[in-house]
Design a protein around this ligand. Structure first.
Ligand code: 5GP
Length: 192
């Protein structure tokens, strides 16, 4: 069993609306061993695809994305949720993302300076639920004229349609853990 799966079973807490709280090892306090394992799995799956950049969204994707980027020897870029006052409108790519956990829609952005048509991009995030965050990141890559090589997810809630939406766009999705159900407060994994 993967260490991430073990930690989910030991410390994950199921909240209403099918939200899994993993604050003790991934979303608030971060267990470096979990991140190291995630990084190795992503590298094993995506490592040979000539990736030039790893893209995530602040803040929970940053830790795994940074380690993968380090292993690949490329920069890690994260989409920002707040508008930096130093960035003019014409200098950024912007997309709108609906947050599953906060139930708000907001703009996320990256500076045009750091993403170009030459980039082959690996997108990383902590969770995949309805796919809005990942689809927003795919949109930012498209706006830059770059290529999304794939999406790497730490915890996929496979009972929600995120993977379906991404695959319908031809995106290769790889998840470390795939959760089949959070019913009755119990975590059940796919392929258990
Ligand atoms: P999506 O955009 O795929 O609907 O949701 C993914 C985003 O929402 C992730 O970036 C993550 O921050 C958050 N998220 C979605 N579901 C969960 C969950 O069950 N637990 C936690 N902690 N975050 C979630």
């Amino acid at each position: 069993m993967s260490y991430l799966r073990e930690m989910i079973l030991k410390h994950g807490q199921v909240f209403p609306n099918n939200v899994l709280k993993v604050n003790s090892f991934l979303n608030h306090q971060i267990d470096p061993i979990v991140i190291e394992e995630i990084e190795k799995e992503f590298y094993k799956y995506f490592g040979d695809r000539s990736i030039t950049k790893v893209l995530t969204i602040e803040s929970s994707g940053i830790a795994p994305a940074l380690l993968v980027a380090h292993h690949l020897g490329v920069p890690m870029l994260f989409a920002k949720k707040a508008e930096p006052s130093t960035l003019a409108k014409e200098d950024k790519y912007v997309t709108s993302v609906h947050s599953y956990t906060k139930n708000v829609t907001s703009n996320v952005l990256i500076s045009k300076e750091y993403l170009s048509a030459n980039d082959k991009v690996l997108i990383i995030d902590d969770f995949l639920a309805n796919g809005q965050a990942a689809l927003g990141l795919v949109d930012l890559v498209e706006q830059a004229g770059g290529e999304t090589v794939g999406v790497g997810i730490c915890i996929e809630k496979s009972f929600q349609p995120g993977r379906q939406y991404l695959e319908a766009k031809g995106v290769d999705v790889f998840s470390i853990c795939r959760i089949q159900s959070l019913e009755n407060g119990k975590v059940t994994f796919l392929n258990e």
